[in-house]
Design a protein around this ligand. Structure first.
Ligand code: NMX
Ligand code: MLT
Length: 435
């Protein structure tokens, strides 16, 4: 696998730089930290080294310096008018370089080959769960069950030099990513299509194969799945799923354990589960208003009621972003191009017209604009994937690309175990300046 050779060439000087920074500039002060930052979710505290992507509050995400519109131009596609292949963004995040068509084909083939062997106990474990267990429970259980395959643990036990840990990590990551579409599609067909499974087609690309195995094999859905897998793949290092994967990985837990930790975080309603919750919010609103096509005034009143009841409006707000999420915009553009008249897309547009003002009027919401989840479910539903509980699983399949690439880089950099300091309440009270 020539990618490994390339990776080590790119990474060695960077790993040396990290070592040098710690050794020669370890006492450099990076920033001041306030009481508020620590007590409100560590917002703005730089505590992580992450190279795969970086989030600008105004502009949104850039993957190795490239914005989503730039990637839509620069990453390889199957057809010129199609969407970039997620294999390409994986290569970019991993190596820092834009891939050629050959690189993308190589990764597609690697994943298709590695996906051939999933041990049967993984499916037995899924089958042991009730069918109505949330798909994220089934997904994460399967991820953990696959850790019996971890090369990392075996290499560790035979006494591998720690400089080489990145190698079995890379192998585990490639195996795990290759298998996630099969697991996700298996759960989808088990829960929503009477266990009528569709075999993988190794000639297809990673995202196209996922759509195919889910039973949505039109070119339109494959195109949508490529876009979906591209834009959900990473959101710098501090979001809950990335941070959890990194933290657990810092104990040298194998890629399966580490990714499972990230997926447990993604299943929270303030993170990835918001994509399912948006659909429940929209549908409950329609039911309570008693109309399939509520007016903007009705939507505004419903949003105000949600807030008055002490609940959040899912799909809106962000811990870092202070503008409309470009991942929201690119999905809306896709919808406006291919399905402008879809009722859910019209509804999303109406909600977008009124909810930011409702949130601004609370006087406390720092970002009133939509995030990635405000439209993704409506888009999937409009293309026939209307089973909401699978949405966070799809988010998770995509998120593997970024967080697991970062895990490889954690090993390449040789980062140690993560262990911040904690203090009880009195310590914070004692820090308040005396009058
Ligand atoms: N609806 C109602 N209230 C909100 C919202 C919202 N969409 N967003 C923030 N607030 C409230 C928040 O609950 C907090 O209230 P309080 O002081 O009473 O505790 C106040 O506004 C200040 O919060 P922020 O500093 O603006 O937001 P924070 O950084 O703490 O949280 C989110 C960020 C994303 C968790 C928050 O905006 C939210 O709960 N949004 C809805 C859920 C959602 O869409 N999550 C998905 C995020 C993207 N993803 O996929 O991960
Ligand atoms: C994400 O994609 O991880 C979310 O937008 C949450 C975040 O960045 O904090």
């Amino acid at each position: 696998d020539y990618i490994k050779q390339k990776l080590i060439e790119v990474a060695l000087p960077k790993a040396e730089m990290v070592h040098k920074l710690v050794k020669e500039h370890g006492n450099t002060v990076l920033q001041e930290i306030t009481m508020q930052q620590v007590l409100t979710g560590m917002k703005g505290i730089v505590g992580l080294l992450t190279c795969t992507s970086k989030l600008d509050p105004q502009e949104g995400i850039r993957f190795r310096g490239y914005s989503i519109p730039e990637l839509k131009q620069k990453l390889p596609k199957i057809k010129e008018d199609g969407e970039p292949l997620p294999e390409g963004i994986f290569y970019l995040m991993l190596t820092g370089e834009l891939p050629t068509n050959k690189d993308v084909k190589h990764i597609s083939e690697q994943w298709a080959t590695r996906a051939q062997v999933i041990p049967s106990h993984v499916f037995d474990v899924i089958e042991a769960l009730p069918k109505d267990a949330h798909p994220m429970i089934q997904f994460n259980t399967a991820i953990l069950a696959m850790s019996t395959e971890s090369q990392f643990r075996k290499a560790y036990l035979i006494g591998m030099d720690k400089k080489d840990y990145w190698d079995p990590t890379y192998e585990g990551v490639m195996d795990l990513i290759s298998r996630l579409p099969i697991i996700a599609a298996y759960i989808y067909r088990r829960v929503f299509h009477k266990g009528d499974h569709i075999p993988q087609d190794p000639s297809l690309d990673w995202a196209g194969n996922l759509a195919h195995m889910m039973g949505h094999s039109s070119e339109e859905v494959k195109r949508l799945m490529r876009l979906y897998m591209l834009i959900h793949s990473d959101h710098e290092g501090g979001n809950v799923s990335a941070h959890a994967t990194h933290l657990v990985g810092s104990a040298l837990s194998n890629p399966y354990y580490s990714f499972s930790a990230g997926m447990n975080g993604l299943a929270g309603p303030l993170h990835g589960m918001a994509n399912q919750d948006v659909m429940h919010w929209l549908n409950k609103m329609k039911r309570e208003i008693g109309s399939e096509d509520p007016t903007e005034a009705q939507i505004k009143a419903y949003a105000e009621e949600t807030i008055a009841n002490g609940r959040v409006i899912p799909g809106y707000g962000h811990a870092v972003l202070r503008k409309t999420d470009p991942r929201f915009q690119v999905q809306l553009d896709f919808a406006n191009k291919y399905i402008p008249d879809a009722p859910y897309i019209k509804l999303v547009n109406k909600v977008y017209n009124v909810v930011p003002d409702v949130l601004l009027n609370t006087g406390k919401v720092k970002n009133p604009w939509p995030n990635v989840d405000a439209v993704s479910g409506s888009l999937l539903t409009s293309f026939g994937i209307a089973e909401y509980p699978i949405y966070t699983v799809l988010f998770g399949v995509s998120r593997s690309l970024g967080v697991l690439t970062s895990l490889i880089w954690d090993r390449l950099y040789g980062l140690p175990i993560e262990r911040p300091k904690s203090e009880p309440l009195q310590w914070f009270i004692d820090r308040v300046p005396k009058q």
